[in-house]
Design a protein around this ligand. Structure first.
Ligand code: COA
Length: 383
Protein backbone atom coordinates (compact mmCIF):
# COMPACT_ATOMS: atom_id res chain seq x y z
CA UNK A 1 0.00 0.00 0.00
CA UNK A 2 1.54 3.32 -1.02
CA UNK A 3 1.30 6.30 1.37
CA UNK A 4 1.24 8.74 -1.51
CA UNK A 5 -1.70 7.30 -3.39
CA UNK A 6 -4.16 6.01 -0.76
CA UNK A 7 -6.19 8.15 1.62
CA UNK A 8 -6.96 6.18 4.78
CA UNK A 9 -9.33 7.88 7.21
CA UNK A 10 -7.39 10.28 9.40
CA UNK A 11 -8.25 10.52 13.10
CA UNK A 12 -6.67 13.56 14.72
CA UNK A 13 -4.84 12.60 17.91
CA UNK A 14 -5.61 8.92 17.17
CA UNK A 15 -8.68 9.34 19.40
CA UNK A 16 -10.43 6.00 19.79
CA UNK A 17 -7.82 4.10 17.72
CA UNK A 18 -6.34 1.12 19.63
CA UNK A 19 -2.53 1.45 19.58
CA UNK A 20 -1.75 -1.77 21.45
CA UNK A 21 -3.25 -4.79 23.15
CA UNK A 22 -2.56 -4.37 26.84
CA UNK A 23 -3.42 -6.11 30.09
CA UNK A 24 -1.85 -3.52 32.39
CA UNK A 25 -4.84 -1.31 33.26
CA UNK A 26 -8.40 -0.51 32.19
CA UNK A 27 -10.89 2.32 32.64
CA UNK A 28 -14.68 2.50 32.60
CA UNK A 29 -15.28 6.18 31.92
CA UNK A 30 -19.06 6.09 32.41
CA UNK A 31 -18.90 4.36 35.78
CA UNK A 32 -15.71 6.13 36.89
CA UNK A 33 -13.72 2.94 37.48
CA UNK A 34 -9.99 2.32 37.10
CA UNK A 35 -8.36 -1.11 37.42
CA UNK A 36 -4.70 -2.11 37.51
CA UNK A 37 -4.41 -5.71 36.29
CA UNK A 38 -8.07 -6.20 37.25
CA UNK A 39 -7.80 -4.74 40.78
CA UNK A 40 -9.88 -1.65 41.60
CA UNK A 41 -7.83 1.47 42.31
CA UNK A 42 -9.77 2.08 45.55
CA UNK A 43 -8.76 -1.37 46.89
CA UNK A 44 -5.12 -0.90 45.88
CA UNK A 45 -5.06 2.54 47.51
CA UNK A 46 -6.52 1.16 50.72
CA UNK A 47 -4.51 -2.03 51.12
CA UNK A 48 -1.21 -1.76 49.22
CA UNK A 49 2.05 0.15 49.14
CA UNK A 50 3.45 1.76 45.99
CA UNK A 51 6.17 -0.91 45.83
CA UNK A 52 3.53 -3.66 45.88
CA UNK A 53 1.52 -1.94 43.14
CA UNK A 54 4.66 -1.44 41.03
CA UNK A 55 5.28 -5.20 41.17
CA UNK A 56 1.65 -5.86 40.22
CA UNK A 57 1.87 -3.56 37.21
CA UNK A 58 5.19 -5.03 36.08
CA UNK A 59 4.52 -8.71 36.54
CA UNK A 60 0.73 -9.01 36.45
CA UNK A 61 0.09 -10.50 39.92
CA UNK A 62 0.18 -9.19 43.47
CA UNK A 63 3.54 -10.20 44.96
CA UNK A 64 3.83 -12.83 47.68
CA UNK A 65 5.36 -11.67 50.96
CA UNK A 66 8.80 -13.00 49.97
CA UNK A 67 8.61 -11.56 46.43
CA UNK A 68 7.75 -8.15 47.86
CA UNK A 69 10.51 -8.38 50.48
CA UNK A 70 13.10 -9.15 47.78
CA UNK A 71 11.83 -6.44 45.40
CA UNK A 72 11.57 -3.80 48.13
CA UNK A 73 15.02 -4.76 49.43
CA UNK A 74 16.54 -4.30 45.96
CA UNK A 75 14.81 -0.94 45.53
CA UNK A 76 16.17 0.26 48.89
CA UNK A 77 19.66 -0.95 47.99
CA UNK A 78 19.82 0.90 44.66
CA UNK A 79 18.54 4.34 45.61
CA UNK A 80 21.90 6.09 45.63
CA UNK A 81 23.11 8.07 42.63
CA UNK A 82 26.66 7.83 41.34
CA UNK A 83 28.63 10.92 42.30
CA UNK A 84 29.00 11.76 38.57
CA UNK A 85 25.22 12.10 38.31
CA UNK A 86 25.04 14.32 41.41
CA UNK A 87 27.90 16.39 39.94
CA UNK A 88 25.94 16.74 36.74
CA UNK A 89 22.89 17.95 38.70
CA UNK A 90 25.10 20.58 40.33
CA UNK A 91 25.85 22.02 36.92
CA UNK A 92 22.38 22.36 35.45
CA UNK A 93 20.81 25.84 35.66
CA UNK A 94 18.95 26.38 38.94
CA UNK A 95 16.13 27.80 36.84
CA UNK A 96 15.71 24.55 34.90
CA UNK A 97 12.29 22.96 35.11
CA UNK A 98 12.41 19.77 37.25
CA UNK A 99 10.96 17.79 34.32
CA UNK A 100 13.82 18.88 32.05
CA UNK A 101 16.28 17.80 34.73
CA UNK A 102 14.46 14.50 35.21
CA UNK A 103 14.51 13.73 31.50
CA UNK A 104 18.23 14.54 31.27
CA UNK A 105 19.04 12.69 34.50
CA UNK A 106 17.31 9.50 33.35
CA UNK A 107 19.09 9.72 29.99
CA UNK A 108 22.36 10.10 31.89
CA UNK A 109 21.63 7.03 34.04
CA UNK A 110 21.50 5.06 30.80
CA UNK A 111 25.19 5.80 30.24
CA UNK A 112 26.12 4.07 33.49
CA UNK A 113 23.97 0.96 33.48
CA UNK A 114 23.55 -1.85 30.94
CA UNK A 115 20.42 -1.43 28.90
CA UNK A 116 21.04 -2.24 25.30
CA UNK A 117 20.37 -5.99 25.37
CA UNK A 118 16.74 -5.45 26.19
CA UNK A 119 15.63 -9.07 25.77
CA UNK A 120 17.94 -10.33 28.53
CA UNK A 121 16.03 -10.90 31.81
CA UNK A 122 18.94 -9.57 33.89
CA UNK A 123 19.00 -6.33 31.86
CA UNK A 124 15.24 -5.92 32.30
CA UNK A 125 15.50 -6.59 36.03
CA UNK A 126 18.39 -4.16 36.52
CA UNK A 127 16.57 -1.40 34.60
CA UNK A 128 13.34 -1.85 36.57
CA UNK A 129 15.15 -1.64 39.91
CA UNK A 130 17.44 1.22 38.88
CA UNK A 131 14.72 3.38 37.42
CA UNK A 132 12.07 2.95 40.13
CA UNK A 133 14.63 3.40 42.91
CA UNK A 134 16.79 6.21 41.50
CA UNK A 135 14.21 8.51 39.90
CA UNK A 136 12.96 9.80 43.32
CA UNK A 137 16.58 10.45 44.33
CA UNK A 138 17.19 12.41 41.12
CA UNK A 139 14.15 14.62 41.74
CA UNK A 140 14.91 15.23 45.43
CA UNK A 141 18.60 15.92 44.75
CA UNK A 142 17.82 18.59 42.15
CA UNK A 143 15.19 20.26 44.36
CA UNK A 144 17.78 20.49 47.18
CA UNK A 145 20.72 21.55 45.01
CA UNK A 146 18.87 24.37 43.29
CA UNK A 147 18.19 25.91 46.73
CA UNK A 148 21.90 25.80 47.53
CA UNK A 149 21.52 22.80 49.87
CA UNK A 150 23.43 19.55 49.56
CA UNK A 151 21.76 16.46 48.15
CA UNK A 152 20.73 14.03 50.88
CA UNK A 153 21.87 10.42 50.83
CA UNK A 154 18.84 8.14 50.70
CA UNK A 155 18.03 5.95 53.69
CA UNK A 156 17.37 2.25 53.29
CA UNK A 157 15.23 1.89 56.43
CA UNK A 158 12.31 3.80 54.87
CA UNK A 159 9.76 2.94 52.18
CA UNK A 160 10.02 4.73 48.85
CA UNK A 161 7.53 7.52 49.68
CA UNK A 162 8.86 8.16 53.20
CA UNK A 163 12.44 8.20 51.92
CA UNK A 164 11.49 10.74 49.26
CA UNK A 165 10.04 13.10 51.89
CA UNK A 166 13.18 12.59 53.97
CA UNK A 167 15.46 13.40 51.01
CA UNK A 168 13.43 16.55 50.38
CA UNK A 169 13.39 17.94 53.93
CA UNK A 170 16.14 16.09 55.86
CA UNK A 171 13.55 15.62 58.61
CA UNK A 172 12.13 12.38 59.96
CA UNK A 173 9.09 11.86 57.72
CA UNK A 174 5.68 12.14 59.34
CA UNK A 175 4.03 8.68 58.99
CA UNK A 176 0.67 10.12 57.88
CA UNK A 177 2.35 12.37 55.30
CA UNK A 178 4.43 9.42 54.06
CA UNK A 179 1.36 7.20 53.68
CA UNK A 180 -0.52 9.98 51.87
CA UNK A 181 2.35 10.32 49.38
CA UNK A 182 2.52 6.53 49.06
CA UNK A 183 -1.16 6.47 48.05
CA UNK A 184 -0.66 9.41 45.64
CA UNK A 185 2.08 7.36 43.95
CA UNK A 186 -0.30 4.38 43.66
CA UNK A 187 -2.98 6.59 42.08
CA UNK A 188 -0.63 8.02 39.44
CA UNK A 189 1.27 4.85 38.55
CA UNK A 190 -0.69 3.86 35.44
CA UNK A 191 -3.56 5.08 33.27
CA UNK A 192 -3.96 3.08 30.02
CA UNK A 193 -2.86 4.50 26.65
CA UNK A 194 -2.19 8.16 27.44
CA UNK A 195 0.41 10.21 25.54
CA UNK A 196 3.46 9.34 27.67
CA UNK A 197 2.58 5.64 27.82
CA UNK A 198 2.12 5.60 24.06
CA UNK A 199 5.51 7.34 23.79
CA UNK A 200 7.12 4.68 25.97
CA UNK A 201 5.69 1.91 23.78
CA UNK A 202 6.77 3.57 20.53
CA UNK A 203 10.34 4.01 21.80
CA UNK A 204 10.31 0.49 23.29
CA UNK A 205 9.26 -0.91 19.91
CA UNK A 206 12.57 0.23 18.39
CA UNK A 207 14.36 -1.90 21.02
CA UNK A 208 15.94 1.26 22.42
CA UNK A 209 17.32 0.87 25.94
CA UNK A 210 14.91 1.35 28.87
CA UNK A 211 16.54 4.62 29.96
CA UNK A 212 15.76 6.06 26.52
CA UNK A 213 12.22 4.66 26.82
CA UNK A 214 11.58 6.30 30.20
CA UNK A 215 13.35 9.60 29.45
CA UNK A 216 11.26 9.93 26.27
CA UNK A 217 8.10 9.27 28.28
CA UNK A 218 9.14 11.98 30.78
CA UNK A 219 9.47 14.43 27.89
CA UNK A 220 5.96 13.54 26.79
CA UNK A 221 4.57 13.90 30.31
CA UNK A 222 6.16 17.33 30.70
CA UNK A 223 3.67 19.02 28.34
CA UNK A 224 0.90 21.11 29.95
CA UNK A 225 -1.81 19.12 28.17
CA UNK A 226 -0.65 15.97 29.94
CA UNK A 227 1.13 16.23 33.29
CA UNK A 228 0.90 19.89 34.14
CA UNK A 229 -2.74 20.53 35.14
CA UNK A 230 -2.24 20.11 38.92
CA UNK A 231 0.26 22.98 38.89
CA UNK A 232 -2.38 25.14 37.16
CA UNK A 233 -5.06 24.20 39.72
CA UNK A 234 -2.88 25.53 42.52
CA UNK A 235 -2.28 28.81 40.69
CA UNK A 236 -6.06 29.18 40.25
CA UNK A 237 -6.75 28.48 43.95
CA UNK A 238 -4.09 30.99 44.96
CA UNK A 239 -5.47 33.63 42.63
CA UNK A 240 -8.99 33.19 44.08
CA UNK A 241 -7.63 33.56 47.60
CA UNK A 242 -10.82 33.00 49.67
CA UNK A 243 -13.96 30.87 49.59
CA UNK A 244 -16.29 33.88 49.32
CA UNK A 245 -14.75 34.82 45.95
CA UNK A 246 -15.30 31.41 44.32
CA UNK A 247 -18.80 32.04 43.00
CA UNK A 248 -17.81 35.33 41.41
CA UNK A 249 -14.49 34.15 39.88
CA UNK A 250 -15.38 30.60 38.87
CA UNK A 251 -18.97 31.54 37.97
CA UNK A 252 -17.48 34.13 35.60
CA UNK A 253 -15.11 31.55 34.13
CA UNK A 254 -18.02 29.20 33.44
CA UNK A 255 -20.05 32.06 31.88
CA UNK A 256 -17.10 32.87 29.60
CA UNK A 257 -16.59 29.14 28.82
CA UNK A 258 -13.05 29.25 30.24
CA UNK A 259 -11.65 25.84 31.17
CA UNK A 260 -11.31 25.18 34.90
CA UNK A 261 -8.08 23.28 35.38
CA UNK A 262 -8.42 19.91 37.10
CA UNK A 263 -11.97 19.50 35.79
CA UNK A 264 -13.09 17.26 32.93
CA UNK A 265 -11.51 14.22 31.36
CA UNK A 266 -11.44 12.71 27.89
CA UNK A 267 -12.46 9.29 29.25
CA UNK A 268 -14.20 9.86 32.62
CA UNK A 269 -17.66 11.38 32.29
CA UNK A 270 -18.20 11.22 36.04
CA UNK A 271 -15.88 12.01 38.95
CA UNK A 272 -12.43 10.49 38.42
CA UNK A 273 -12.10 7.64 41.00
CA UNK A 274 -8.60 8.87 41.83
CA UNK A 275 -9.99 12.31 42.70
CA UNK A 276 -12.35 10.64 45.22
CA UNK A 277 -9.45 8.83 46.91
CA UNK A 278 -7.34 11.98 46.84
CA UNK A 279 -10.08 14.03 48.45
CA UNK A 280 -10.23 11.59 51.38
CA UNK A 281 -6.44 11.76 51.65
CA UNK A 282 -6.53 15.55 51.65
CA UNK A 283 -9.06 15.54 54.50
CA UNK A 284 -6.89 13.11 56.45
CA UNK A 285 -3.77 15.18 55.84
CA UNK A 286 -5.40 18.46 56.86
CA UNK A 287 -6.90 16.88 60.00
CA UNK A 288 -3.39 15.77 60.88
CA UNK A 289 -1.20 18.69 59.81
CA UNK A 290 -3.67 21.60 59.97
CA UNK A 291 -6.14 22.86 57.46
CA UNK A 292 -5.48 24.82 54.27
CA UNK A 293 -8.04 27.32 53.01
CA UNK A 294 -7.24 26.25 49.45
CA UNK A 295 -8.99 22.97 50.21
CA UNK A 296 -12.19 24.83 51.16
CA UNK A 297 -11.88 26.91 47.99
CA UNK A 298 -11.46 23.73 45.93
CA UNK A 299 -14.51 22.12 47.51
CA UNK A 300 -16.66 25.17 46.74
CA UNK A 301 -15.38 25.14 43.14
CA UNK A 302 -16.31 21.47 42.86
CA UNK A 303 -19.86 22.15 44.14
CA UNK A 304 -20.35 25.07 41.77
CA UNK A 305 -18.83 23.28 38.79
CA UNK A 306 -20.91 20.16 39.43
CA UNK A 307 -24.12 22.26 39.51
CA UNK A 308 -23.24 24.12 36.33
CA UNK A 309 -21.15 21.63 34.31
CA UNK A 310 -22.16 18.20 35.65
CA UNK A 311 -24.68 17.72 32.84
CA UNK A 312 -21.75 17.92 30.35
CA UNK A 313 -19.88 15.20 32.26
CA UNK A 314 -17.39 17.70 33.73
CA UNK A 315 -16.24 16.64 37.22
CA UNK A 316 -12.94 16.81 39.11
CA UNK A 317 -10.10 14.74 37.68
CA UNK A 318 -7.04 13.43 39.56
CA UNK A 319 -5.24 16.76 39.22
CA UNK A 320 -7.92 18.75 41.04
CA UNK A 321 -6.94 17.69 44.56
CA UNK A 322 -3.38 16.37 44.05
CA UNK A 323 -1.77 19.84 43.94
CA UNK A 324 -3.26 20.82 47.31
CA UNK A 325 -1.99 17.57 48.83
CA UNK A 326 1.52 17.96 47.36
CA UNK A 327 1.67 21.54 48.54
CA UNK A 328 0.85 20.43 52.10
CA UNK A 329 3.68 17.87 51.79
CA UNK A 330 6.04 20.83 51.13
CA UNK A 331 6.65 19.81 47.52
CA UNK A 332 7.36 22.89 45.37
CA UNK A 333 4.64 23.63 42.80
CA UNK A 334 6.90 23.29 39.75
CA UNK A 335 7.87 19.78 40.93
CA UNK A 336 4.32 18.37 40.93
CA UNK A 337 4.69 16.80 37.49
CA UNK A 338 8.00 15.24 38.50
CA UNK A 339 6.20 13.51 41.42
CA UNK A 340 3.75 12.18 38.84
CA UNK A 341 6.81 10.94 36.91
CA UNK A 342 8.30 9.16 39.96
CA UNK A 343 5.15 7.11 40.12
CA UNK A 344 4.42 6.66 36.40
CA UNK A 345 7.86 5.09 35.84
CA UNK A 346 6.27 1.86 37.11
CA UNK A 347 3.50 2.02 34.48
CA UNK A 348 5.88 2.96 31.66
CA UNK A 349 8.15 0.04 32.53
CA UNK A 350 5.19 -2.34 32.65
CA UNK A 351 4.30 -1.23 29.12
CA UNK A 352 7.95 -1.53 28.06
CA UNK A 353 8.01 -5.19 29.17
CA UNK A 354 4.63 -5.84 27.56
CA UNK A 355 5.74 -4.21 24.29
CA UNK A 356 8.92 -6.32 24.15
CA UNK A 357 6.82 -9.45 24.41
CA UNK A 358 5.74 -9.97 20.77
CA UNK A 359 7.21 -6.64 19.65
CA UNK A 360 6.55 -5.07 16.27
CA UNK A 361 8.08 -1.67 15.58
CA UNK A 362 5.51 1.14 15.37
CA UNK A 363 5.30 2.42 11.83
CA UNK A 364 1.92 4.07 11.23
CA UNK A 365 1.03 5.60 7.92
CA UNK A 366 0.04 9.20 7.15
CA UNK A 367 -2.45 11.06 5.03
CA UNK A 368 -0.23 13.07 2.70
CA UNK A 369 -1.59 16.55 2.03
CA UNK A 370 1.48 18.20 0.49
CA UNK A 371 2.41 19.08 -3.10
CA UNK A 372 2.29 16.53 -5.92
CA UNK A 373 5.49 15.82 -7.91
CA UNK A 374 7.12 19.11 -8.96
CA UNK A 375 9.93 19.78 -11.46
CA UNK A 376 13.04 21.18 -9.77
CA UNK A 377 14.43 24.51 -10.99
CA UNK A 378 18.23 24.60 -10.38
CA UNK A 379 19.46 27.44 -8.15
CA UNK A 380 21.08 29.43 -10.97
CA UNK A 381 17.72 29.63 -12.78
CA UNK A 382 15.80 30.81 -9.68
CA UNK A 383 15.46 34.56 -9.16
N1 COA B 1 -13.94 23.55 32.63
C1 COA B 1 -15.08 24.04 32.09
N2 COA B 1 -15.69 23.50 31.03
C2 COA B 1 -15.14 22.41 30.49
C3 COA B 1 -13.95 21.85 30.99
C4 COA B 1 -13.36 22.46 32.10
N3 COA B 1 -12.23 21.98 32.63
N4 COA B 1 -13.62 20.79 30.25
C5 COA B 1 -14.54 20.69 29.29
N5 COA B 1 -15.47 21.67 29.44
C6 COA B 1 -16.66 21.87 28.61
C7 COA B 1 -16.24 22.40 27.22
O1 COA B 1 -16.20 23.81 27.19
C8 COA B 1 -17.34 21.84 26.35
O2 COA B 1 -18.49 22.63 26.50
P1 COA B 1 -19.50 22.85 25.25
O3 COA B 1 -20.03 21.50 24.93
O4 COA B 1 -20.53 23.79 25.79
O5 COA B 1 -18.67 23.43 24.14
C9 COA B 1 -17.64 20.47 26.99
O6 COA B 1 -17.27 20.61 28.38
C10 COA B 1 -16.86 19.34 26.38
O7 COA B 1 -15.49 19.72 26.37
P2 COA B 1 -14.35 19.02 25.52
O8 COA B 1 -13.17 19.95 25.45
O9 COA B 1 -14.89 18.53 24.22
O10 COA B 1 -13.99 17.79 26.40
P3 COA B 1 -12.76 16.87 26.14
O11 COA B 1 -13.16 15.51 26.54
O12 COA B 1 -12.19 17.03 24.80
O13 COA B 1 -11.66 17.50 27.14
C11 COA B 1 -10.01 17.78 28.77
C12 COA B 1 -11.06 16.83 28.17
C13 COA B 1 -9.33 17.06 29.92
C14 COA B 1 -8.96 18.13 27.71
C15 COA B 1 -10.71 19.06 29.26
O14 COA B 1 -11.76 18.73 30.14
C16 COA B 1 -9.75 20.04 29.91
O15 COA B 1 -9.07 20.79 29.21
N6 COA B 1 -9.69 20.06 31.28
C17 COA B 1 -8.81 20.96 31.99
C18 COA B 1 -7.37 20.48 31.96
C19 COA B 1 -7.13 19.31 32.86
O16 COA B 1 -7.56 19.27 34.01
N7 COA B 1 -6.37 18.34 32.34
C20 COA B 1 -5.98 17.15 33.07
C21 COA B 1 -6.69 15.95 32.55
S1 COA B 1 -6.34 14.54 33.59
Amino acid sequence: MSETTTKPAFVNGLEGIPAAESGVSSINGQLGKLYYRGYAIEDLAEHCTFEEVAWLLLYGELPSQSQLATFDGQLRQHRRLKYNIVDMLKHVPVTAHPMAVLQTGIGALGMFYPGREVQKPEVQQSAVINLISKVPTLVAAFLRLREGNSAITPRDDLGLAANFLYMLTEREPDPVAARVLDVCLILHAEHTMNASTFTSRVVASTLADPYAVVSSAVGSLSGPLHGGANEQVLYLLDSIGSVDRVDEVVGGMIDRKDKIMGMGHRVYKTKDPRAKVLQKLATRLFDHLGTDERYEIARRIETLATERLGSKGIYPNVDFYSGIVYSKLEIPTDAFTAIFGISRVAGWLAHWLEQLDGNRIFRPTQVYNGAAHRELTPMHQRG
